[in-house]
Design a protein around this ligand. Structure first.
Ligand code: PLP
Length: 373
């Protein structure tokens, strides 16, 4: 039996190991305000890479979102519009900030927020929108930014899955008011656990730096609410090494996605992922939809792939609004979410990570074609 083909897997080498060992040798593992030399270096490089003025490193992607909401002064009584078809961490961050998540529906082709549904969700209480770059594809950022300008809202982009993706020729991280990234082990760039917020706004950047360090303006001088969201020096050193490799990783992901498309496009039963004009995918995963099936049928196909040692994955079989906490409470508000519910029954994702080559992509596509035959 061949080795398990994982849905995503960290791609680490000598550079990451040497960088981590250097930190251990230096004895500087972290900094009391989260601004050790490795963190500062990683922040500078990351800001330059995405084309933003500031990057603020934090402990994970959920912390990045929570810190961004606090920096945007999101508070009890406010509403924040975001998809239910996303990772729960984004929604929990809104609740942790004391605000009400309002779920908008997704576009049936991109699985990202549907602009018309977002507009329908806007009320007097709306403070921010969180467009999510799902599966590595940038959300329709122009419509979010235009709506925000019109209504005086703040756009906090969730690019946890989309390092290196582009929108109208600009890297995500340089478009929204604030953009949040995750460096969790499965992501396109990893530090094990880690996160980053990028912004061009000096005031947000200053607020974010305080929020990640208990709201301290200087030691023992707390001027606002914050948390301990420091990134460790080891994580930053690994991130710096990974960032140098990111362009190569993205090229490999793109090539694998193109191979998957070539090998699967003849199948009439599958709807393959799209890359709308002006958007460049980061190919976190390759997500397909089985035309007209229910969840049981989709799950059967996924099980068949698992039996061949291919880790196909369903992001997200239960949309956040249907999980027990959100379903059984009134902490969130939801409108009609037909496309969210349909996608949750019909999609599944295939691996295209950079450790895979043409032979593995052939195998994945062959096994999938057989499974749906
Ligand atoms: C879309 C999305 N948002 C937010 C997060 C949260 O990131 P983290 O797991 O680093 O807290 C993730 C990561 O899993 C994600 O995929």
């Amino acid at each position: 039996m061949r080795e398990l083909i994982r849905i995503n897997q960290p791609f680490l080498g000598k550079e990451e190991i040497d960088s981590a060992v250097d930190v251990l040798r230096s004895g500087v593992l972290t900094d009391k305000s989260g601004m050790g030399p490795r963190v500062l270096e990683f922040e500078r490089s990351f800001a330059k890479y995405v084309g933003a003025k500031h990057a603020v490193a934090v402990v994970n992607g959920t912390a990045a979102l929570h810190a961004a909401l606090l920096a945007a002064d999101v508070r009890p009584g406010d509403e924040v519009i975001l998809p239910s078809f996303t990772f729960v961490g984004a929604v929990n961050s809104v609740v942790l900030a004391g605000a009400t998540p309002v779920f908008a529906d997704i576009d049936k082709d991109t699985y990202c927020l549907k602009p018309e549904s977002v507009e329908e969700c806007v009320t007097r209480k709306t403070k921010a929108i969180i467009p999510t770059d799902l599966y590595g594809l940038p959300s329709d950022l122009k419509s979010a930014v235009d709506l925000a300008k019109n209504k005086g809202l703040i756009v906090i982009e969730d690019a946890a899955q989309a390092h290196g993706a582009q929108y109208d020729g600009k890297r995500v991280g340089s478009v929204a008011d604030m953009t949040c990234f995750s460096f969790y082990a499965a992501k396109n760039l990893t530090t094990g656990e880690g996160g980053m917020i990028t912004t061009d706004d000096d005031e947000y950047a200053q607020a974010l730096r305080m929020i990640r360090s208990h709201g301290e303006q200087r030691p023992y001088w707390t001027v606002r609410l914050g948390h301990n969201y420091h990134m460790s020096e080891i994580a930053a050193a690994i991130g710096q090494a990974q960032l140098r490799k990111l362009p190569g990783f993205l090229e490999k992901r793109r090539k694998n996605a193109e191979l998957a498309t070539q090998k699967l496009e003849m199948s009439g039963k599958l709807i393959l992922p799209k890359e709308p004009d002006g958007r460049r995918h980061a190919w976190y995963v390759y997500t397909v939809r089985l035309r007209g099936v229910n969840a049981a049928k989709r799950n059967k196909i996924v099980d068949k792939l698992w039996n061949k040692n291919i880790e196909a994955a369903v992001y997200y079989s239960t949309p956040v609004h249907s999980t027990p906490f959100y379903r059984d409470s009134n902490v969130a508000r939801k409108g009609r979410l037909p496309e969210t519910e349909k996608a949750s029954r019909q999609v599944f994702s295939l691996p295209v990570h950079p450790r895979l080559g043409e032979e593995e992509m052939d195998f994945v596509a062959d096994m999938l074609r057989k499974a749906i035959a």
